[in-house]
Design a protein around this ligand. Structure first.
Ligand code: 5AD
Ligand code: SF4
Length: 519
């Protein structure tokens, strides 16, 4: 497994630190009276590199017996920030903790270990985590034996790890996105040594199969690939998640089959850029379209995927998606900007025109498709005209929904050093105008459903009203309707009677549809 070299002094600000010992396994230092065992640390320069070495897939990940009792009688909490990839990593983290004997709790006072699985995509995501660490400091003072850990994307950043070492010495454990499977060993080390343990690998790890996962609900996430090689200039993900590595098709298919067997009603295939699936295989020609075609034949009612990159969305994939069945007619296709000039500065590698061409091609093949997207406003130097181009593209595509963001500079990315003359008030105003346009189109697409009958996967009971249920259509629209709670987990037909901007309401018009008939 790859680990980076250990030239600590170069990357870390260890001012005030005393080196206690150093050998090939790492380095022990003392900062502000706290002893810290650094097994390995993040290194931005190495995170940027894309090595030629092939990725190994490890299947033998059985947890040794001596780790299985560490958590007996103890409780854990995992807080997750950010995207579905992080949510899914947390399922693995919880799975590992439960294998170690820990039990879940929601009560902080009962917890013996609390882990924050963090997101680095925008500054406000990081602020939230530092805010939470501030709160947890008090708990840690009350309960010094509780282990407090930080993992996920923020741990991959040198500046974050530095800040924790210098200012949040009460943290016990820091690990990154590539070594989640090492959690049992790191917990053992932290408990045994009482030092802060830091292990962050900067080069992507191998693919580790067969890790336990604690899935909840009716919908399952399945990783199909890890990392990203696109290096959009604003984005930190290629640094925090490493190079693109695809899971072997047979492993993905076996996992989907197993979820089908367990009765999952919906799966979402996950990757930072799922359309690049298989590009890294050296021995086989097998791409995302081939994988979707195989999964299309598996008896699981609904299959989604996220996230797509417009650049790699090929014709074969469109042809496969058009087969319908369990492949739902919803495509999340991040555009980021409607201006070709801005897209160029973002290094998105498509233009406004080629994006629109792709969207039209998909619409032609899948006439009732719902598009959703991600958009960034206020990218460095974005002019009023360029922003207007984004608005006009939103109108032209007519998205059903969109995640919209104000650009947030991320240290170490190329855009962070681009000149930015757009004042924050202008950026905020653009965001508001964009959100207004998106709401308008969302409402229009909902209005078109008035009177129609849609298939709904019932997900739960409304928090405020026991007799109201909610669920999602194939196009991922939120639907509320009256029904009894034993319908949760089934498919029903609902006739739409009322529409709002972000949800629709209706009346159930049939008995539950057996899952096998719903596809
Ligand atoms: N600032 C604002 N938004 C960003 N995103 C990624 N990086 C940044 C950034 N630095 C958005 C993109 C991406 C989504 C997951 O987050 O729109 O698609
Ligand atoms: Fe970030 Fe671009 Fe990769 Fe998406 S495709 S994760 S925006 S670098």
């Amino acid at each position: 497994m790859s680990k980076e070299s250990k030239d600590y002094s170069k990357y870390f600000d260890f001012s005030g630190a005393k080196v206690l010992s150093e050998d090939e396994h790492g380095k022990r230092i003392r900062i502000n009276g706290r002893e810290i065992n650094i097994l390995s640390e993040p290194n931005h320069r190495q995170e940027k590199q894309r090595g030629k070495q092939s990725v190994e897939v490890l299947y033998d990940t059985e947890l040794p017996e001596e780790f299985r009792r560490i958590g007996a009688g103890k409780h854990y909490i995992v807080y997750t920030y950010g995207c579905q990839m992080n949510e899914h990593d947390s399922e693995t983290i919880k799975g590992l903790l439960e294998q170690m004997g820990y039990q879940a709790t929601e009560d902080r006072k009962q917890a013996d270990i609390i882990l924050l699985n963090t997101c680095a995509i925008r500054e406000n995501a990081e602020d939230k985590v530092f805010g939470e660490l501030g709160h947890l400091k008090h708990l840690k003072i009350e309960k010094p034996d509780m282990l407090l850990g930080v993992c996920g994307c923020m741990s991959q950043e040198e500046s974050v790890v530095n800040r924790i070492l210098q200012k949040h010495g009460f943290v016990d454990l820091i690990f990154g996105t590539h070594n989640v499977h090492r959690l049992p060993h790191l917990i053992q080390e932290a408990l045994f040594s009482k030092e802060m343990v830091v292990e962050v690998w900067s080069k992507e790890g191998d693919i580790i199969e067969n890790l336990p996962k604690k899935r909840e609900g009716l919908r399952g996430w399945v990783n199909i690939m890890y990392g990203c090689d696109k290096f959009c200039t604003y984005c930190i993900v290629p640094y925090t998640r490493g190079k693109e590595r695809s899971r072997r098709p047979e492993d993905v298919i076996a996992e989907v089959r197993e979820l089908a067997r367990q009765g999952y009603k919906e799966i979402t295939l996950l990757g930072q850029n799922v359309n690049a699936y298989g590009k890294d295989f050296e021995d086989i020609e097998y791409r995302f379209g081939d994988l979707m075609d195989a999964i299309h034949k598996i008896d699981i009612p609904r299959v989604r995927f996220t996230t797509s990159h417009p650049r790699d969305f090929d014709d074969h994939l469109i042809e496969v998606l058009a087969k319908g069945g369990n492949l739902v007619e919803h495509i999340h296709l991040p555009v980021q900007s409607g201006s070709s000039q801005v897209l160029k500065k973002m290094s998105r590698k498509y233009t406004r025109e080629t994006y629109l061409e792709l969207a039209h091609k998909i619409k032609k093949a899948i006439p009732n498709v719902a598009f959703t997207t991600d958009i960034i406003v206020g990218f460095p130097g974005e002019t009023d005209e360029q922003f207007e181009e984004t608005l006009s593209l939103v109108r032209e595509v007519g998205y059903d929904a969109a995640y919209t963001f104000i650009y947030s500079p991320r240290e170490g990315t190329p855009a962070a050093v681009m000149e930015d003359n757009v004042p924050m008030e202008v950026k905020s105003e653009r965001l508001q105008r964009l959100n207004a346009a998106i709401s308008e189109y969302s409402r229009q697409s909902n209005d078109r459903l008035l009177g129609a009958t849609v298939e709904v996967l019932v997900e739960g009971v409304s928090k405020n009203n026991d007799s109201m249920l909610s669920g999602r259509t194939r196009t991922n629209k939120l639907v509320h309707f009256e029904g009894s709670r034993d319908l949760v987990g089934t498919f029903v037909n609902v006739q739409i009677t009322d529409t709002k901007t972000w949800y629709i309401k209706g009346d159930m018009i049939s008995n539950p549809i057996p899952a096998s008939d719903a596809v």
